[in-house]
Design a protein. Structure first.
Length: 226
């Protein structure tokens, strides 16, 4: 089971990891924003579409978190060993350290996770094309649901974390907290895409995010060892 501190940590990871989200999803956000119908291309009219994209994306994260938390529950309860959950929690903490290295640009090993996820994405992505160009908020929501399954080392790392919760409800809550953390960056991205893309490439921001995420992983590991 994860604590309120873990939910806060997941939110902060999403917020700080926004430099990665903007860099990776910038093209998608820009394409979706620029592809809006003329009546929603500017001003406040685009906000319902942007909210639909992102709320649906977070819904997909939450569903995935619940599924992975359920996997953790099955593994723990079928084995009948408390140590299994402890091992899962250690793996999750180590993943956070690796994620920090990835975000900071010091090690790119998690890129293979995104490449592996690309096989799944190639099967899902054609479904989203059926709803292009976007003509309604409902279409935007469906596209957001598809977008939520885009292969991303950041999301996959938090999914590993959700497995360690060994609880589908808490796994879903963990991914919901993470998704809400990513919301400010990606909502802003829909409005000022070019400026945020440039900021996301700033190595200082990426290193800061990496160090802070590694701090969470280190803290979790120390708590488990004590």
């Amino acid at each position: 089971m994860i604590s309120d501190v873990s939910l806060l940590a997941a939110f902060i990871v999403g917020l700080l990891g926004g430099v990665h989200c903007v860099a990776m999803c910038g093209g998608i956000v820009a394409a979706l924003s620029f592809g809006l119908p003329a009546r929603a291309a500017g001003g406040g009219a685009r906000w319902p579409f942007l909210l639909a994209y992102n709320l649906a994306r977070i819904s997909s994260y939450t569903l995935a978190g619940g599924l992975m938390g359920g996997v953790g529950w099955l593994v723990t309860h079928w084995s009948g060993l408390h140590q299994v959950q402890l091992v899962l929690q250690v793996i999750a903490a180590l993943f956070m350290l690796v994620l920090g290295l990835y975000l900071g640009g010091w090690w790119h090993g998690l890129a293979w996770v995104e490449r592996a996820g690309g096989h799944v994405w190639r099967r899902i992505e054609p479904f989203g094309r059926r709803f292009l160009p976007v003509r309604s908020v409902a279409q935007a929501f469906v596209l957001g649901l598809v977008w939520g399954w885009l292969p991303c080392g950041l999301v996959y790392s938090v999914l590993v974390w959700s497995v360690s919760s060994a609880d589908p409800v808490y796994g879903a809550a963990l991914l919901l907290s993470f998704g809400l953390g990513t919301l400010p960056n990606l909502l802003a991205m829909g409005v000022v895409a070019e400026r945020l893309s440039a900021q996301a490439r700033d190595p200082r921001l990426r290193r800061l995010a990496g160090l802070l995420v590694m701090g969470f992983g280190g803290y979790a590991l120390v708590q488990l060892i004590r």
